[in-house]
Design a binder for this molecule. Structure first.
Ligand code: BGC
Length: 984
């Protein structure tokens, strides 16, 4: 049984709240309530299975949990080891919380006293003030809120602190990170926690600087000692954090001194740092030792690196280095790199290091549109729909390069992205974060992005394999998330983009999805992971799970082809070791999993250099925001233009901007692909006002929009009437975990557009939607631009298009239907599914393939997009061989009066007997032409481009294959034929 899960991004946000709750630092003179329960013995009335033991609720790890059997009543109890006075209980509930429970206390584990009345739980964190004393404390649940059991991420009991501050050094040999080092060889951060007062950390000579120790779990910290070298801090603070990200001061700004300085502090958290704001000398900050004292035992200290890990910085081939390291590893060490440590910081996913073998920790971070998971100092790029709509692999590469640089600057090793799932339906909540309805286009866009990311030394984890195209609300990740799909469709539509990303793009990793495929959870699906992704391609990377998508058992997952579990180790920790011992997972499978992960770690230099950055670094830059603006402009699609565009400041003297999105735009979608803007987003009002200049009056009235409390369409109409041109901004929002019910604009936005269009014949509509949207007013407006979710440079990008500084060249990566009645998955059985089945009964007929097969005229076809110039197509030549290999050439001419870019698209039509949809995209290029200029483009086709999946292999039949070239799936003026006489 799988419990309904929280999305990891939501969980991270919640964890941040919990951090704040845990990090209360007392004022002077008040004793802080101590966390008494952590690490103590916990027992429970039952557990759902071995993956969710009682101990997970008191381990300080908010990524692991206790879950009971699905029955009432149930209890979870902790033995505090001795009597204590109790003041507070914090329950961090998973989605399966208690509708009714009580906190009870006992001195003898037999007679219980209620500390609270019957209380209703909440999904999330719940803090209860209690008053009582005893040794045993329990949550006694009498009524469950869901059909599942009772599930707690953490159960924390606070009270008097009788335990003394331990004199041992809890920082000793713990993982440590510093903002900088003066010289990483001579003065590394680790020298400050090595117990050796003859070696030291020394920072660069600037302010501020910090050194941070990871205590491995949340600890009650009671003292620190700073053994300063001559270069001490004249002002610093000791700070504490649960995630290495959000910090709370444990001290006031304090003056250091040359020599040993002992400070008493009080707070709990996992990470402790010295944060220096002023140096005492012209040098940096320099510490011989940074000692931390905690309440209770010190964390288990890790063995310091022996200093002879010959695979580190070696120039031997990667395979030899992997072999050398694996020969030194026990199975217990191998599994360390195969699962997350459950922590929610510093990254959304974290593996532990193995110091004895010089294996570094890894950080995995969202996501597909730039650095996510609430980190700041990053560039909010346009959404991946916009990248796909550029139809330009180089633009994707530039976008990926910015991502790679920003993730590296934040110190992350693996990007959880790009998302490359097929857009099967315009209602999917994650359409904005993925690319295309076409497998070839999705694959090519993925290749560009992955190469950009990985060119910066960061791994890309393309996601989510496979056939994950519905959120289905609460059913995501449950057995009702069961995709029923035929093998041919899986291979022809849903797997190729992944295979292309791994072969052509050399992506280091793939994430397996939440859904089931014909009843098999995707993360256990050997036919997908072992056969299609690994064996069929010869790929040497690794498959990681989505957050909580690993279910079932270690043998099912490991034998199914999963290599790394995230975010915790319920299956790939002890359970995997047990499975190898019992023979249900073979030693060679464990070795293959380990080899795959280590191979990528070596390839990406993780054994050659230290951390490439840290989560606090500011990684955005002017160059990055320029790429954000360029991609937003190049991905915007001009859908209609009766001549109103481009705007000219010599003829236009007044512009009316309308719609809530002009001031408060939908720049990105929600969920793990959400990115914060830095320093601030440029909205359309600001971008357009700046570009229009002083000679043009730009005024704004909201009228209607998602965040507009009281629609006021008459005021919008009045402004439109008296202006030379009216531009209405309209949007819908998409988010992970939520599908759309409709693709119609909501919040009176259609009424606003119709009313403005009636008032001003020069009305332009700018749409910010993650996928297709209906346009009931289309015939009445003069211009339409689809700008997707344009990211933080929205205003400057749209201004450059409206005024013709950039000539539009984006093309639709998805079909826009006239209404939902026309879409391929129009029944509820198909989308979002019913009765534990999501029927992919449209088969191969996804996107334009459906509209072509059924002769349905879309509102705008796949591949469509206008320009301020015009283009002509001529001179199709085809030189083909007997097996179908061919070189196809076509000439494209700019027949208008402006420079612009066009995207010639090549489609293949298979012989009817093959049972394929009429047209399939097999090539495209983006070319820029000056007025009158012509260019011949060349497409190379292989037999595989003409093949279909026959149930076990790709087959190219003999017969006549149509070749079509043009500027959209529905405008293909050049046609020819390839005749295959040799089947393959
Ligand atoms: C999403 C993934 C994401 C992960 C980590 C999951 O809920 O499906 O796309 O990478 O969380 O945030």
């Amino acid at each position: 049984m799988t419990l309904a899960r929280w999305p990891a991004w939501l969980f991270a946000a919640l964890a941040a709240v919990i951090v704040t709750a845990l990090l209360t630092v007392p004022g002077v003179g008040h004793a802080a309530p101590a966390l008494l329960s952590q690490g103590h013995t916990a027992t429970a009335s039952s557990t759902e299975n071995a993956a969710f033991p009682a101990s997970s609720a008191v381990d300080g790890d908010a990524g692991t949990r206790w879950s009971s059997a699905a029955a009432d009543p149930q209890w979870l109890e902790v033995d505090l080891g001795g009597p204590h006075t109790l003041t507070q209980v914090v329950l961090n509930w998973e989605a399966a919380y208690a509708k009714a429970f009580q906190i009870q206390v006992s001195s003898d584990n037999s007679t219980w006293t209620n500390l609270t009345p019957v209380t209703a739980g909440v999904a999330g964190s719940q803090t209860l003030t209690v008053s009582g004393s005893g040794r045993y404390v329990r949550m006694y649940g009498t009524q469950r809120a869901t059909q599942w059991g009772y599930s707690l991420w953490e159960f924390q009991v606070y009270g008097d602190d009788t335990a003394a501050c331990n004199t041992a050094n809890s920082a000793l040999n713990q993982p440590v990170l510093a903002s900088s080092t003066q010289d990483a060889g001579a003065f590394p951060a680790s020298a400050a926690v090595d117990g050796n007062t003859g070696t030291r950390w020394s920072s660069a000579a600037s302010d501020p600087q910090w050194i941070r120790v990871d205590l491995g779990s949340v600890r009650q910290v009671c003292g620190v000692e700073l053994n300063w070298e001559a270069a001490y801090a004249s002002s610093f603070q000791i700070q504490i954090s649960n995630d290495g990200n959000t910090w709370t001061n444990l001290t006031q700004p304090t003056a250091g001194l040359a020599g040993n300085q002992v400070l008493t502090v009080n707070g709990s958290g996992r990470y402790v740092r010295m944060y220096g704001t002023q140096r005492a000398t012209q040098w940096g900050y320099s510490l011989w030792e940074f000692v931390i004292h905690t309440v209770g035992a010190s964390p288990t200290t890790t063995t310091p690196p022996p200093g002879n890990c010959p695979w580190v910085k070696s120039t031997a081939p990667v395979a030899d280095r992997v072999n050398q390291l694996m020969a030194a590893m026990t199975n217990a060490q191998k599994v360390v790199v195969l699962h997350g440590n459950g922590a929610t910081g510093p990254y959304i996913g974290n593996t532990d290091p193995i110091p004895a073998l010089c294996v570094p920790a890894m950080g995995l971070q969202d996501g597909p549109a730039g650095v996510g998971d609430s980190l700041d100092g990053v560039t909010e790029l346009p959404d991946p729909s916009a990248v796909a709509a550029t139809w330009d692999v180089n633009a994707a590469k530039n976008y990926g390069t910015v991502m790679g640089q920003e993730f590296a600057g934040k110190g992350a090793n693996i990007v959880l992205g790009p998302t490359i799932n097929i857009v099967r339906d315009p209602r999917w909540g994650r359409d904005f974060e993925t690319y295309s309805e076409d497998p070839y286009q999705a694959g090519q866009t993925a290749v560009g992005t992955v190469q950009g990311i990985q060119g910066q030394g960061v791994m890309a984890q393309v996601k989510h394999a496979a056939a994950y195209n519905v959120e289905g609300g609460a059913s995501r990740g449950t057995p009702s998330d069961n995709v029923i799909i035929d093998d041919r469709t899986l291979h022809e539509i849903y797997l190729p983009a992944f295979q292309t990303a791994l072969t052509q793009g050399q992506a280091a990793s793939v994430m397996c999805a939440y859904n089931e495929i014909n009843g098999t959870p995707a993360c256990q699906d050997s036919a997908v992971m072992n056969t299609a992704l690994k064996q069929a391609t010869g790929w040497d990377g690794f498959v990681g799970s989505d957050w909580g998508s690993a279910t079932g058992g270690a043998p099912q997952l490991a034998n199914g082809g999963l290599d790394m579990e995230m975010p915790g180790g319920a299956f790939f920790g002890q359970a995997l070791l047990d499975a190898v011992n019992q023979g249900t997972v073979s030693q060679s499978t464990l070795d293959d999993m380990t080899r795959r992960v280590l191979t990528q770690m070596f390839k990406f230099g993780l054994f050659d250099h230290g951390a490439t950055g840290n989560t606090g670094a500011v990684v955005t830059s002017a160059a990055h925001t320029q790429v954000a603006q360029d991609v937003a402009a190049q991905g915007s699609v001009l859908l209609k233009n009766t001549g109103v565009l481009p705007l000219s400041t010599s003829s236009i003297k007044s512009i009316a901007l309308l719609g809530g999105d002009a001031i408060d735009p939908q720049n990105i979608g929600g969920g793990s692909a959400k990115v914060n803007p830095s320093p601030a987003a440029v909205n359309p009002i600001n971008g357009i006002t700046k570009r229009a200049g002083t000679g043009v009056s730009v005024q704004w009235v909201a009228g209607a929009g998602e965040h507009v409390q009281t629609p006021d369409i008459p005021s919008a109409v009045a402004l439109a009437q008296k202006s030379d041109v009216a531009i209405v901004f309209a949007s819908y929002g998409e988010s992970e975990t939520d599908d759309l019910a409709s693709i119609d604009l909501q919040f009176s936005q259609n009424d606003l557009i119709s009313a403005v269009a009636a008032a001003n014949p020069r009305t332009i509509v700018v749409l910010n939607t993650g996928s297709a949207v209906t346009m009931p007013w289309l015939n009445n407006v003069a211009g339409v631009i689809e700008g997707w979710y344009p990211g933080q440079e929205n205003g400057d990008a749209i201004a450059s298009l409206l005024f013709g500084d950039v000539n539009p060249s984006g093309k639709l990566p998805v079909t826009f239907p006239k209404s939902l009645a026309d879409v391929p998955a129009s029944t509820v059985q198909q989308f979002p599914g019913a009765n534990d089945r999501i029927e992919y009964s449209e088969g191969l007929n996804v996107g334009y393939r459906w509209y072509d097969s059924h002769n349905i005229t879309p509102l705008f076809p796949f591949g469509f997009g206008l320009s301020y110039t015009t283009f002509g197509f001529s001179n199709l030549t085809i030189s083909a061989q007997a097996n179908g290999s061919a070189t196809v050439k076509a000439t494209v001419t700019n027949t208008g009066s402006r420079a612009g870019a066009e995207v010639p698209q090549l489609y293949i039509g298979q012989p009817a007997a093959n049972g394929e949809p009429p047209h399939q995209l097999k090539g495209y290029q983006k070319i820029t032409l000056t007025p009158g200029q012509s260019q011949t483009v060349t497409f190379t086709l292989t037999p595989r481009d003409l093949a279909h999946w026959n149930g076990s292999a790709w087959t190219t039949n003999t017969g006549a294959y149509g070749v079509f070239v043009g500027d959209s799936s529905r405008n293909l003026p050049l046609t020819g034929t390839i005749t295959v006489t040799t089947a393959s």
